[in-house]
Write a protein that binds this ligand. Structure first.
Ligand code: SAH
Length: 469
């Protein structure tokens, strides 16, 4: 099994410092289950790739008590696929990088870098859909190639093995952490031994992203090998009390609240989950200057203010009354000067070009587009993607397919009286892909809230990343 990590950050060879592995050398490491070899197939100023090849020693595994393989595993796929061994190797070989430590390039550790990880091959029980559900909410573009069971006999059909490519702009330690936790989750190998400190490990490595991941229950369940007591312990500790209590929903949108309340099977309210997911995408993008377009009463602004990464936060809304409420919710008049300088509110419309929206790294547009007149949507597209042009744009909107699940909502009506339209998943994706193509962005999608097999989730999110020219 092979893991390659590529960056196009310049100088790309600086990745050698972050990984604590010199690009000029080939290094080998002895591990409890075999050997890992690290080398750089390419290392130039523009582009650098670090490869880690795992050579799992089946014979010693059968003998080892710690990893105790049974004989059937001795002859099965274990040695050839990335699984828990890859996590162990990441922890041992890239351990310092995983912890985000690098004295020689301290600033670079904190910086979001353009990164691509390729893994050959990953067992993925749940297929490409699960792969996307796990990685897309963390901001990854995911491509996967499913392998046939046997190259010589294509008629035998497809295997559950994939070659996977993951692209993101994030810190290297975040990429390694996500791989460390999620690759064994994809594998879902129940035979593999787990230690007593596995809950601690999951909480430690999941800090800052797992709490709000829409699939956190599946992740904890699979990571902890379906041990119900461990999973419950982990989930209870993952989600803080005040978040569970959060009963409030989106501002003045009272109809939305009553209908969406029915969907609160999860412990966080849907709107809370939405805002957390958006915050996570903005954090992962590395943005420092962020816009909240159609900020309403400032619930997202309040979360963003808690994150020190954001040093300029601007909320814009067409409703003066909403801005007044945001002002009092954020206690703007009582904030210390330093905090006050980080945030401002602007009265404006998203359908007119506005110079004040230019020069930001990222923009969030949470449950706003469905309030725009369809005839004005193309004006909004140009205002945001052509003129303001932030590198990252996160847009959420209701998923119309899910409306059948709201008992109090009559067929053919919208969730809120001010909604001008509500889109199905296909309609939203069609619109978003057209916008991305036209304005030079790449877009990925994820669902927000509890997922129903046939109609999807109550809300949907698109993350646009500006293509590098
Ligand atoms: N993003 C907020 C509010 C969503 S409600 C939240 O998550 O809670 C939709 C908001 O979009 C309202 O506050 C409304 O005033 C605002 N809005 C609607 N049309 C707008 C426009 N053309 N320009 C700016 N804001 C608009």
């Amino acid at each position: 099994m092979l893991l390659t990590i590529t960056t196009t950050y310049r100088p790309a060879t600086d990745m050698g410092f972050l990984l604590h592995k010199n690009p000029a050398n080939v290094q080998s490491f002895s591990l409890s289950f075999g050997r890992a070899h690290v080398f750089y197939p390419e290392a130039s100023f523009e582009r650098c790739t670090a490869a880690m090849l795992l050579d799992v020693d089946t014979v010693s595994l059968v003998r080892s008590r710690e990893h105790a393989l049974s004989l059937d595993q001795y002859v099965n796929d274990r040695p050839y696929v990335a699984s828990s061994f890859l996590s162990l190797a990441i922890a041992e070989v890239y351990g310092t990088a995983l912890q985000g430590r690098c004295a020689k390039r301290a600033a670079l550790v904190e910086q979001a870098l353009p990164l691509q990880a390729n893994i050959t091959v990953v067992p993925c029980r749940g297929g490409e859909a699960l792969l996307k559900q796990l990685f897309e909410p963390l901001g990854y573009g995911v491509t996967a190639k499913q392998h046939v069971l046997d190259e010589q006999h294509p008629e035998w059909g497809m295997s559950s093995y994939y070659s996977v490519s993951l692209q993101n702009t994030c810190r290297l330690c975040e990429l390694l952490t996500h791989l460390y936790v999620l690759i064994p989750v994809l594998d879902d190998d129940k035979h593999y031994w787990i230690g007593d400190d596995e809950v601690e490990k999951l909480l430690r490595h999941g800090k800052g992203w797992l709490e709000t991941h829409p699939e956190r229950e599946l992740i904890a369940d699979r990571y902890l090998k379906h041990k119900r007591n461990l999973t419950q312990d982990a989930l209870a500790r993952l989600i803080p009390e005040e978040a569970i209590e959060a009963g409030e929903s989106a501002g003045e949108t009272t109809v939305e609240k009553s209908t969406e309340d029915e969907a609160l099977r999860n412990r966080l309210s849907l709107h809370e989950q939405r805002l957390e997911a958006v915050t996570r995408v903005l954090l992962a993008s590395g943005a420092r200057r962020v816009l909240d377009l159609g900020c309403g009463e400032g619930r997202l602004l309040k979360l963003l203010l808690q994150q020190r990464q954001f040093d300029k936060i601007v909320g814009i809304d067409v409703s003066y009354r909403a801005l007044e409420r945001a002002q009092s919710r954020l206690h703007l008049d009582r904030l210390p000067t330093m905090q006050k300088e980080r945030i401002s509110l602007i009265h404006g419309a998203l359908t007119y070009r506005d110079k004040r929206l230019e020069g930001y790294d990222a923009a969030a547009v949470v449950e706003v587009i469905e309030h725009l007149d369809p005839a004005r949507l193309s004006a909004f597209e140009r205002v945001l993607f052509e003129f303001a042009q932030p590198a990252t744009v996160v847009i959420t909107t209701p998923n119309a397919e899910y409306n059948v699940k709201f008992e109090t909502l009559h067929a053919g009506t919208f969730r809120h009286k001010d909604h001008r339209f509500e889109w199905t998943r296909a309609e939203f994706e069609h619109w978003a892909r057209r916008v991305a193509d036209r304005f030079g962005y790449t877009v990925t999608f994820s669902l927000l809230g509890s997922i129903d097999d046939s109609v999807g989730a109550p809300s949907q999110m698109a993350v646009f990343t500006k293509n590098i020219e």
